[in-house]
Design a protein. Structure first.
Length: 774
């Protein structure tokens, strides 16, 4: 180690020479000047002193003030300056992979380096990191995974947790783990960074850790709500321009499902607010126009109109449009590209910004366009706090973001657009005032804004805890409920107990709450446990192809579209795919048809003809790849998997696997003379929603079957469990089991026994073509 010490000292002085050379170069000086203009730079000494004197420091400051790019650099530079550069190891976590990548690129270029020298990044399946990398940007998930093998974060000197105001599940979880780690690693420094001022909560969580606020400066931003926009532009809303285009229909359809799943108080309070609102200060035309406004849909036409209004009438400056997600962004982009002004590249540079964009596209976002060209960026809430685009003067805000929410009734997490909080709205507005006074257009009336909640509920309080519980177990953190009781804001005991109970029932935890073999496999797959089980069995039984499609399909927005005015046509189109009464198999067929059509570049036409969402199809395609690589990591699919082919299209097998995964969210049909009733496996009550949405108390109903079939499935389930628990992955045994399974199911699902009602694969699918009552 004395030798090691020497080597590190030598590397440290090399690092220092390099840093000095850069800072003395022309480019380096210019860069330093830019950095010095950032508000964070003025607090550099305060911040470094606080970190030196305290184990935990909390830093807040407005978005764009330089927290993410500067603070990790201050630490690195001060270590390098004191010739200890090669001894430090700084990890800075980001909630999203895209920000980890873009920030690391930026910081490397501020230091005049390439990625992989002193600065690197690591996200799942990707990373650039070298021997001398001292500052690593990574996703929160990557750090959690590292803790799995390295409980004490050996060698790490500083951990910076960024964007803590977002209160994501992973970040809240990481904070509990780090809080436990601090006494074991007294020399480890923890720095938390937040874009909002409510950092006291964190300070008291870390025993009164000091708070540093970076004062920022923004130019005033003029705020326009829908009523002002209509008045200013003379635009009129009519019922037809709310639903007359494809995007609008989809939005409408999607959000029609949303209220059912949302924490209803927000939705209803927006509706209440609208009902109670009085627009009497406005002209009758505006009042009439507002009465046409539909809170469930984003006005694509209105956005298009407003953008062209800005292009024709406003001063130069980039426009940032906040949308809910990638699918809306791309629909809107298609629409705008067909517009005479907005689609003209000599006048408008139209860009998108979202979690899955390519890095070449990312760079364009930060560049200034040529004179006379207006930059318009369509973005998700990623540009709210994690990515800062400098030259923005105009902001359009649709008022919504996709949020994972959780329906306690059907115990399923879902990603749905919902109204943002007041704090988010302020962040969005603030984006317009960075370089000069700006304008912010909110595409909803003021009264709706007034009904927003102040803050968003932390994810840990609004989503199911099953995956989190598995993670706690895989990190060997002891009792789940004891551990979670130490969270910043603890979830309800009942929610924790439900999650544990569920994991025991599905065989991921044993009686003593220990992880089983199945549980360990599930922790390697970042999907809901029930979907993870389907993937695992699909891999073992070698019918991965359809299973990948099904699981991917259940993780994206329903690809089957039902436009209001073409409902019958849409249902008929879907029926072609689901002649065997299975939504899951319909999904597989629809995807395969699309894949074929894509070969001739006809995927879009195919979707249009068959009432499918091309966006969902593309998303399924990339998720399939991702799941496949995850399964390879688990070691479940090599060797034998290729040795037994030809099962992929055995629908009975696929159905058995789905049933296996969805248990206990299945129920049986009990026939009487004339009627029938539904029973859960525990003979619990089943609630059948009149609008066709099926739910049952305590679980999500996905499978209908006769008692005899159910029993057989259940006994097969036990065999499957044993297979996985004992890792009996021997091809002979798998083959044997497969034959058993197939013949048993063939027998049971023979024509006269099958009533022809089937699977409802997701809570928002309508069982349109499936007769519920025989
Ligand atoms: P914060 O984390 O406080 O929101 P950042 O450190 O991300 O702020 O950004 C500070 C400033 O650095 C931004 O205001 C922007 O001017 C500049 N910046 C950040 N990333 C880039 C980039 N990739 N390209 C150009 N400028 C950037
Ligand atoms: Mg930041």
């Amino acid at each position: 180690t004395a030798v090691m010490e020497k080597i590190l000292l030598r590397r440290s002085s090399l690092l220092r020479d390099q840093q000095q050379a850069w800072q003395e170069s022309l480019e380096g000086r210019e860069m330093l000047e830019f950095r010095q203009s950032l508000p964070a730079y003025k607090e550099k000494d305060t911040i470094l002193t606080a970190i030196l004197q305290n184990q935990v420091v909390i830093i807040s400051g407005e978005t764009g003030c330089g927290k993410t790019t500067q603070i990790p650099q201050f630490i690195l530079e001060s270590e390098i300056d004191s010739a200890r550069g090669a001894f430090c190891s700084i990890i800075c976590t980001q909630p999203r992979r895209i920000s980890a990548i873009s920030v690391s690129e930026r910081v490397a270029s501020e230091r005049g380096e390439k990625l992989g020298e002193s600065v690197g990044y690591k996200v799942r399946l990707e990373g650039i990191k070298g021997r001398d990398t001292r500052l690593l940007f990574c996703t929160t998930g990557i750090l959690l995974r590292r803790l799995l093998v390295d409980r004490n974060l050996k060698g790490v000197t500083h951990v910076i947790v960024d964007e803590i105001h977002e209160r994501g599940m992973n970040e809240d979880f990481l904070l509990i783990v780090l809080k436990d780690l601090l006494p074991r690693r007294p020399e480890l420094k923890l720095i938390l960074m937040s874009a909002t001022l409510d950092a006291e909560l964190f300070s008291s969580y870390f025993d009164g850790a000091p708070l540093i606020h970076i004062p920022g400066f923004t130019y005033p931003v003029r705020t326009h709500f829908l009523e002002n926009i209509l008045e200013m532009t003379g635009y009129r809303l009519t019922p037809s321009n709310q639903i007359d285009d494809y995007g609008q229909e989809r939005m409408w359809k999607m959000s029609k499902q949303a209220p059912r799943k949302r924490k209803s108080q927000i939705v209803s309070s927006v509706e209440d607010a609208l009902r109670a609102a009085d627009f009497k200060d406005f002209s009758p035309q505006i009042q009439e126009s507002l009465s046409c406004w539909n809170p469930d849909c984003i006005g694509f036409n209105l956005i298009e109109y407003l953008l062209s209004y800005i292009c024709e009438n406003e001063r130069p400056g980039a426009v940032l449009v906040f949308m809910t997600g990638w699918d809306d962004i791309s629909s809107l982009k298609d629409k705008l590209q067909a517009h005479p002004v907005l689609g003209d590249p000599s006048r408008v540079l139209l860009l998108t910004c979202h979690g899955s964009m390519a890095s070449s596209e990312q760079k364009l976002i930060f560049e200034e366009p040529e004179d006379g060209v207006r930059k318009i960026v369509l973005t998700t809430n990623i540009a709210e706090t994690s990515i800062t685009i400098n030259d923005v003067v105009f902001v359009l805000d649709c008022g919504k973001a996709k949020e994972t929410s959780y329906d306690a009734l059907n115990n399923t997490p879902c990603l749905l657009p919902s109204w943002v909080s007041k704090v988010s709205t302020q962040q969005r507005r603030g984006r317009a005032g960075r370089v000069q006074p700006g304008e912010c257009y909110h595409l909803y009336p003021r009264c709706v804004y007034d009904a927003f909640t102040e803050y968003q509920l932390p994810e840990i309080l609004r989503t199911p805890l099953q995956s989190l519980c598995l993670q706690i177990k895989s990190l060997k953190l002891g009792s789940i409920s004891e551990f979670l009781s130490r969270a910043l804001q603890s979830p309800k005991l009942l929610a924790v107990q439900n999650a544990i109970e569920y994991l025991k029932v599905i065989g991921a935890l044993d009686e003593n709450e220990n992880l089983t073999v199945l549980g360990r496999y599930l922790t390697m797959l970042p999907v809901e446990p029930k979907l993870g089980k389907i993937l695992i069995l699909g891999a073992i039984l070698n019918c991965l192809d359809p299973v990948l499609t099904i699981v991917a399909g259940l993780s994206v927005r329903d690809p089957f579209l039902t436009p209001l005015d073409k409902k019958d046509l849409a249902e008929a189109a879907k029926l072609q795919f689901s002649h065997d009464h299975s939504d899951h198999l319909a999904l597989v067929r629809a995807y395969e048809g699309w894949k074929e059509a894509e070969k001739d570049l006809a995927g879009y036409d195919y979707c249009w003809k068959n009432f499918l969402s091309a966006q969902s199809m593309k998303a399924i395609d990339s998720l399939r790849e991702e799941f496949l690589s995850l399964l390879k990591d688990t070691g479940l699919i090599d060797g034998y998997a290729t040795s037994c082919n030809g099962w992929s299209y055995d629908q009975h097998l696929i159905r058995a696997i789905i049933c296996y995964g969805l248990y206990p969210g299945i129920c049986s049909v009990v026939h009487n003379e004339k009627s029938f009733s539904l029973k859960t496996m525990e003979d619990g009550p089943v609630l059948l929603y009149s609008d066709g949405h099926l739910k049952m108390l305590g679980g999500y109903l996905e499978f209908f079957m006769q008692p005899a079939i159910a029993e057989k499935y259940l006994s097969l389930r036990r065999e499957f469990d044993e297979l996985i628990q004992n890792k009996l992955l021997n091809p002979q045994i798998v083959l044997h089991l497969h034959h058993e399974l197939i013949s048993a199911i063939r027998l049971l699902v023979s024509e006269d026994q099958c009533d022809g009602r089937f699977v409802f694969g997701r809570p928002d699918l309508k069982p349109s073509n499936m007769p519920v009552v025989p």
